[in-house]
Design a protein around this ligand. Structure first.
Ligand code: ZN
Length: 237
């Protein structure tokens, strides 16, 4: 990620040439982090998994089960990592889940979304919000806006990750979105624009920046147009 403060832009690039050759993961190095950065780490990892999981079914059972296990680990250990900041096992579980969330494994052979990240980057560039804070705002709104296209995976997510068993499918999806929002808020991360003092008047400017950056067809189907991004931001207000 590169941020250019002078023009309030934050843009992504990726290449195998910049992929790390190895990583040293020592949970004790996280003990001194402030609670906000612990929350940011857990929320960002959660959304990385969702970007690779909450799309549409392709019969990728291993990837799905891996993703669900990582999500459940973060739901269990995220709040504990705030309450028990020097619990080695808790920090180790969060660190390993965060690594597995974005080292490529769960994304192999499955469709990927990343709309939440692309919209969130504009929020960081324009308003200086932490990366994970922007994701906590945008993801629940993307889930709501894309609930028909993501319907099958939303039901699977609600049943397997949150153990929801509503007979009414729409009620189950509503509960799954509410549970997701509840997890972010439990981590101390508000899930609306207003929770960070960002008003609706910013939405047209944020959409203009998506257009400027040619982010015109986001999501796993490429159907999140600038107009759809505007609707998502309105849902997140
Ligand atoms: Zn991220």
């Amino acid at each position: 990620m590169i941020t250019k403060a002078a023009t309030q832009e934050k843009l992504a690039f990726g290449s195998p040439l910049v992929y790390p050759q190895f990583a040293i993961l020592d949970p004790t190095t996280t003990y001194s982090l402030p609670p906000r950065q612990i929350a940011n780490g857990a929320v960002d990892a959660f959304v990385h998994i969702m970007e690779q999981y909450l799309t549409y079914p392709v019969d990728a059972k291993v990837q799905d089960r891996f993703a669900e296990g990582l999500l459940m680990t973060l739901i269990e250990e995220g709040p504990r990592s705030l309450k028990e900041p020097t619990n080695y096992a808790v920090r180790a579980n969060v660190m390993w889940a965060a690594t597995m969330a974005l080292n490529g494994l769960i994304g192999v052979g499955v469709p990927q979304d990343w709309a939440t990240h692309m919209i969130g980057h504009e929020l960081t560039a324009m308003h200086g919000l932490d990366h994970a804070q922007t994701l906590a705002i945008v993801l629940p709104a993307v889930m709501q806006h894309q609930r028909e296209k993501k319907r099958a995976k939303l039901l699977q997510y609600g049943r397997r990750v949150w153990n929801l068993n509503h007979t009414d499918e729409d009620a189950l999806i509503d509960a799954a979105i509410a549970a997701t929002r509840g997890f972010f808020e439990q981590m101390g991360t508000p899930t609306t624009l207003s929770g960070y003092g960002v008003g609706r008047e910013s939405i047209p400017k944020l959409v203009d920046m998506l257009v400027k950056h040619e982010l015109l067809a986001l999501g796993e189907h490429g159907v999140i147009t600038p107009e759809a991004s505007r609707e998502i931001l309105e849902l997140a207000a």
